[in-house]
Design a protein around this ligand. Structure first.
Ligand code: CMC
Length: 426
């Protein structure tokens, strides 16, 4: 683009190029700023900093638009499957029938865990958080596949292995939590159905067959979680990957980043919040007052990027309603969630700050209805996000301009002083 931004510092003006994206969003390219001016930028929380250009996901936070490789999230949620969407994100286009069949075959082929790794599960205490298990097991995969230590984006085996084994590890960690033997995958089942089978079959329930409505709901949930451009965990994957660590190490770090309650851990926090409100008598107005008094936080609300509505939350609310009806279940937490949303959306505190339900507000309700326990919610988010992480890792590794991620700082500590022996320190 011809336009430039000018920075005036002292008596000198510096010109910086403008980079323009597909939807005319613009950024100032400051790559030579420090060299030219001696200045760095300071942007805590990266509120204004673009870490990269990317072809993967587009978000318009003002209008609530989310596109994966150009396809609207609403269309993918309605028509696609998680595996097809994963292929789209990772490889850039919707697969042909042959490509999809090959990708699915490869996921099936890699679904088993090395038996030695299965024994790792015996070493964790039964109350271990499954995110702790997931991140360490994923990192351990690099011990079993040492060729991953030389990262290669053309090694499709690692990609399929990671997507498939993450699902197996997630289900095994749930069975472990229940104190039950793990259940091996069944090759004839598709990705989501196979996951539900590994989660819910057990010796006393050997004939468990996943309900097609639950399989569809799970596909939709995972599609909605599959990518969200430069969020905290994806940025972590890129940062760790930029050091040329293995794909497994980078994804394991991403899983840890996702775990926090301000990121993927919010879905667990939402259900805990709704349970608290229910146990305190179900008074949403009092809760909202406490949020405004800063005594509590309305989990599942607000977003760094969405300032109008989160399209994922809209889809999930409809799905939660549909699944509850299908299973003929009444969930008081769904009623509390809807009332909370109504109270919050008509309150100036939330209106002025552009706070709306995000993806985590209703996803927990859906997981609960599917029989997935609260502690597993963030694991479900990780399962959905895996193709996005892989896609970003590949894009970063392929970028000829990529350098190791290494932010700078403005040092504000003590200036140089001499060492004082311990007896002289007063
Ligand atoms: N409840 C009450 N007040 C809020 C909330 C909330 N959930 N979110 C933001 N605010 C207020 C905040 O206190 C601040 O007010 P003031 O300017 O008066 O101090 C204002 O809104 C701006 O908030 P912020 O914290 O500066 O916004 P941020 O962009 O740094 O944080 C967020 C975004 C998602 C971390 C935050 O909205 C939040 O903590 N939400 C609850 C946790 C949550 O649901 N996280 C999931 C995010 S979506 C999925 C994902 O990314 O993993």
């Amino acid at each position: 683009m011809d336009k430039k931004a000018t920075l005036k510092y002292g008596d000198t003006s510096y010109e910086m190029p403008i980079v323009q994206g597909s939807y005319e969003e613009r950024g100032v390219d400051i790559r030579s700023l420090r060299k030219d001016t001696g200045l760095i930028t300071l942007d805590s929380g990266f509120m204004n900093t673009g870490a990269t250009t990317s072809d993967i996901t587009f978000i318009n936070g003002e209008e609530g638009i989310l596109l994966y490789r150009g396809y609207p999230i609403e269309q993918l949620a309605e028509h696609s499957t998680f595996v097809e969407t994963a292929y789209l994100l990772i490889y850039g286009d919707l697969p042909t029938e042959t490509e999809l069949a090959a990708f699915s075959r490869s996921l099936t082929y890699h679904s088993m865990l090395h038996e030695d790794m299965r024994h790792f599960f015996d070493g964790y205490p039964w109350q271990a958080h499954p995110m702790a298990i997931l991140s360490s097991m994923v990192c351990s995969l690099s011990a079993y596949y040492p060729d991953s230590l030389e990262p290669d984006i053309h090694n499709h085996e690692h990609i399929a292995r990671l997507m498939s084994k993450l699902r197996t590890i997630a289900a095994f960690s749930y069975q472990k939590m229940q104190g039950r033997p793990v259940v091996y995958p069944r090759n004839e089942l598709k990705y989501c159905a196979n996951f539900l089978h590994m989660m819910f079959s057990h010796p006393a329930e050997p004939t468990y067959e996943p309900d097609p409505e639950l399989v569809r709901a799970l596909n939709t949930l995972l599609i909605l979680h599959a990518d969200h451009e430069q969020n905290c965990s994806t940025s972590t994957v890129r940062l760790v990957g930029s050091s040329q660590a293995s794909l497994y190490a980078a994804i394991s770090a991403g899983i840890c980043a996702l775990w926090g309650p301000l990121h993927g851990g919010a879905n667990q926090a939402v259900i805990e919040m709704l349970e608290e409100i229910r146990d305190e008598g179900g008074d949403c107005s009092t809760f909202i007052r406490q949020v405004k008094d800063r005594q509590r936080r309305l989990m599942g609300f607000g977003h760094r990027v969405y300032k109008n509505f989160d399209p994922r939350a809209t889809i999930l609310k409809t799905y939660a309603d549909r699944l509850l009806k299908h299973l003929a279940i009444e969930d008081p937490l769904f009623d509390i969630a809807q009332e909370l949303e109504e109270v919050a959306l008509s309150d100036p505190f939330f209106i002025e700050r552009n706070l709306y339900p995000n993806v985590d507000f209703y996803s927990g309700i859906l997981y609960r209805v599917m029989g997935i326990p609260t502690k597993m919610f963030t694991v479900m988010f990780a399962l959905g996000r895996i193709p996005g992480w892989i896609a970003h890792w590949r894009e970063m590794m392929e970028d000829p301009d990529v350098r190791i991620g290494r932010p700078r700082q403005i040092y504000t500590g003590a200036t140089k002083r001499d060492y004082v022996p311990v007896n002289d320190r007063g």
